[in-house]
Structure formats: structure tokens, C-alpha cells
Write a protein that binds this ligand. Structure first.
Ligand code: NIG
Ligand code: FE
Length: 434
């Protein structure tokens, strides 16, 4: 017998994604290969996956001090949410209801609300408080089965406030057992002091913020959108970021078309995100590249709009497609990947297999973390999402609520969402009860 630290056994279905390659993006037909093992088990040592298989096969070969019985539950790789804005100080429910009553999202920002009201709140909030808020937001992801996130700054819009945001993120990450890639998003909006001299703000981002803040981030993002950063301004930001060693991500073709997907491909960005207004040329550009198309249907839903990204056309063209929450205080206030699954199925006509692949290995590839997470191949981090569902086929079908009963990060149960149904493995105060 081989000794390991922990065995997770009797998973009703263990969705491994391990009948595809461990790394690299999955496109087209390969998005449907889930590698499901019935009555599955996972052996874990040192926070890493040692082996997956049927419970019988794993129990015959591996021996552990601790065994967690996940009978009745569906187990997936921990979700990877590759587009989030968790570093904010206050919520914006007032604007949500203004929009529901007819106000326009971009008009609210143009009038000094929107991103600028979050900017005001971040500038007024001290590092310690901003860190506390960020810690709460990061725990919210874990409570919904997400074990890896990408997290953006972008509500500071000055060197000092962007630095405070990235420092709050770093401090929060030291307190929360979630894996993260950090993104600098100083080019999220034009702050009031530069609204009449936009070129000066682009210069500040490129010549001061990026050089100073690159050590605190892995990626740089830009909101490439008519009326915000135009093509030329966005390109300048991307070029400066690349010159300072940052990977690139782009808020592209979100509200109005701007050939943002093409811009992302041209600069070799890791992702082009939103894409509600992507063109046929943009789809072709993404399909011929390793730039992942990150779709954010929660945002379209939350803004009360209907121009969902053309997921079917993108998948059929061969784009590597990912899904993310876009969690933020303005345009999508949810940390629930399972809600995003429901929207992706109903509004973008994605299949259950596709939404699972799009929230695990493809976003992991977009974060250059595909060797670490996104499938249950041996050697990767033992990050698991345990769902109270009858089958993986119920992904998307389970609308609202939180089907996540346990989240495992690096082999450790870190969240147990238990209610009246209290499984044997929950024995007290170890995991956080969400
Ligand atoms: O991805 N589009 C720009 N940024 C965010 C929204 C930020 C906000 O409204 O606070 C987004 O939707
Ligand atoms: Fe966003």
C-alpha cells in the first residue's frame, strides 16, 4: 500500500477532465470530454493529487490516515474564475435599481456614478479596511466552489490608490486559501481630474503606474470601449504593460463593437473578455490564436441587456472559450460560478460539458495555471468542488441557490456549506461554515 495524506472516496461522479491532455486549451469537440468516474476517489499527498480512479481501485492501492466519504455528491475540479474585480469598498445597489427603472449603465458612469463612485469609495478607504473587504469577497468565491481567481485592481485610478488596491489584494491573499493571479487595471476609466486631458491619464498609466506597479501584478487589463479607452489609447497601455513583463487581458467588445478581440490577439493577450459585440473577424482572430475568449453572461443579465456573446459560433469556430463571473460592485454582483453555468446554458446555448470545461481548464490556461489546476490529473493541486447534485448533467439545471457543499483547496476542506443535511465528514469547527 502507498501512504497518502487523505482519500476522498465514493464520489457519486468524479469529473476529472483527465481523458484530455492535462494542459492547453480545449476547443470544439474536446470541450465535451469530461472523464467521469462513477464511485470515484482521489488520493492526495502534500496538497497534490496522487491518483484518481474508482473507489475500489484507489482503496486497493492507497492508504491514508484520513478518509472523507463524499457519497451522493458530484465532485469537479475547483472552479477557476478568470475575470473578477474583488478589490472594492462599497456595493452599488442604488445604481442597480436605477438601471432597473430605465437608466443606462454608461450614462450613469458619464454622470460620475458607476466605476467613478467605486473609485471615490476606494480612495476614501484605508488599506486595512480595503483588505478586510477583499478578504470577505475572496471567501465568497470559495463558498461557491471557486479555488482559483484572477483579481483586478481598477477602482483607484491614481498611482496611490491603485497601489493601495494591489497591496490590499496581496494582504488579503495572505489570509485566504485561494489561488490568485493579480491584474493591474488602472485603465478602467478616466478619473475626474483627467477627464478633460485623457492623453495625460494614458501617459500616467503607461509611464508611471505600470513601471511602479508591475511588481505587484501578473497581468495588465484595459477597458477598451468607445467612450472609454479607444483603440489607440488601449494599444498604448498594452504595449507599455508588455514592455514591463506583464501578461495582457482586455475588456473587449463589451457594450459597443470596437474590434477589441482583434486588438487582444494582435498584442498576444492571454484573454479577450466580455465579447457581447464581437464581430465575425474577431471570432476568426480568436480561433486562430491562443487568446482565450472569456464570456461573462452574468454581466449581460445583471445589466438587463440581451446581447450575450455568440458562444456557439465561437465554439464552432474553434475559439478557446472560458466563463467567468466578472464579480464587481457595478455590473455583476455574484461570485457564483454555478449561476453563470445556468446563464451560459439558457442564454448562450452551451452544453453542461462545455460549461464545465469553460470554468475549469480553459480559464486555467488563460491564467497560465493549467499545469496547476483545472483538471484532476495527478501532480496538480488537489482543488475540488463538491456539489449536491444528482449528476454532472444537473450543472446549469440547478438554478440559483448554492449546490456547493464543500470546497477543497490544496487537499484541505476549507468551506463546508452544511444545512439540515449534515454529512459524516462535517464534524465541527475545522472548515468554515458558509
Ligand atoms: O467588467 N466594464 C468595465 N468594468 C467592469 C464593471 C465595473 C463596474 O461597473 O464597477 C466590467 O463589467
Ligand atoms: Fe470586468
Amino acid at each position: 500500500m502507498i501512504g497518502v495524506d487523505r482519500l476522498f472516496v465514493h464520489c457519486r461522479e468524479l469529473v476529472t477532465l483527465s481523458d484530455g491532455p492535462p494542459t492547453g486549451p480545449r476547443r470544439g469537440e474536446t470541450m465535451r470530454r469530461l472523464g467521469v468516474i462513477e464511485d470515484g476517489a482521489v488520493a492526495v499527498r502534500g496538497g497534490r493529487i496522487v491518483a484518481v480512479g474508482t473507489t475500489d481501485a484507489i482503496a486497493a492501492e492507497y492508504d491514508a490516515a484520513e478518509e472523507l466519504d463524499l457519497s451522493g455528491f458530484v465532485v469537479l475540479p475547483g472552479f477557476v474564475d478568470c475575470h473578477t474585480h474583488p478589490v472594492f469598498a462599497r456595493t452599488r445597489e442604488n445604481e442597480f435599481h436605477m438601471r432597473c427603472a430605465g437608466a443606462d449603465y454608461m450614462a450613469i458612469t458619464a454622470a460620475g456614478g458607476g466605476i467613478l463612485s467605486s473609485m471615490q469609495a476606494v480612495r476614501e478607504t484605508d488599506l486595512e479596511t480595503l483588505t478586510e473587504r477583499t478578504v470577505e469577497h475572496l471567501w465568497g468565491f470559495l463558498a461557491h466552489g471557486t479555488t482559483t481567481v484572477e483579481a483586478k485592481s481598477g477602482y483607484g485610478l491614481s498611482l496611490a490608490a491603485e497601489q493601495k488596491s494591489l497591496e490590499a489584494l496581496a494582504a488579503a491573499l495572505a489570509q485566504v486559501p485561494i489561488a490568485c493571479k493579480r491584474t493591474f487595471l488602472g485603465a478602467h476609466e478616466f478619473p475626474p481630474e483627467y477627464r478633460d486631458d485623457r492623453a495625460a491619464y494614458v501617459q500616467l498609466v503607461c509611464e508611471q503606474m505600470i513601471p511602479a506597479l508591475a511588481p505587484l501584478a501578473d497581468y495588465c487589463d484595459v477597458f477598451a470601449e468607445p467612450g472609454v479607452f479607444d483603440r489607440e489609447q488601449s494599444a498604448r497601455v498594452l504595449a507599455a504593460a508588455r514592455a514591463h513583463g506583464l501578461g495582457l487581458r482586455v475588456h473587449a467588445d463589451e457594450i459597443q463593437p470596437m474590434a477589441g478581440a482583434e486588438l487582444a490577439v494582435e498584442y498576444g493577450a492571454a484573454s479577450a473578455d466580455h465579447l457581447g459585440r464581437i464581430s465575425a473577424a474577431g471570432i476568426a482572430a480568436l480561433a486562430g490564436s491562443d487568446t482565450v475568449g472569456v464570456l461573462l453572461p452574468g454581466t449581460i443579465f445583471f445589466l438587463g441587456k440581451t446581447h450575450y456573446a455568440p458562444a456557439r459560433a465561437m465554439i464552432e469556430a474553434g475559439c478557446a472559450v472560458a466563463l467567468a463571473t466578472d464579480f464587481n460592485p457595478g455590473s455583476c454582483h455574484t461570485q457564483s460560478m454555478t449561476l453563470i453555468h445556468s446563464l451560459a446554458c439558457t442564454q448562450m446555448k452551451m452544453s453542461a460539458e462545455e460549461v464545465i470545461t469553460a470554468s475549469t481548464i480553459n480559464p486555467a490556461f488563460s491564467l497560465q495555471l493549467d499545469a496547476e489546476c483545472g483538471t484532476l490529473h495527478p501532480g496538480k493541486r488537489a482543488d475540488l468542488c463538491v456539489l449536491d447534485l444528482p449528476s454532472w448533467r444537473a450543472v446549469g439545471y440547478a438554478l440559483g441557490g448554492n449546490p456547493v457543499v464543500m470546497t477543497v483547496a490544496n487537499g484541505e476542506p476549507v468551506v463546508a456549506n452544511v444545512s439540515e443535511r449534515e454529512p459524516d465528514w462535517f464534524e465541527g469547527d475545522d472548515p468554515v461554515v458558509g
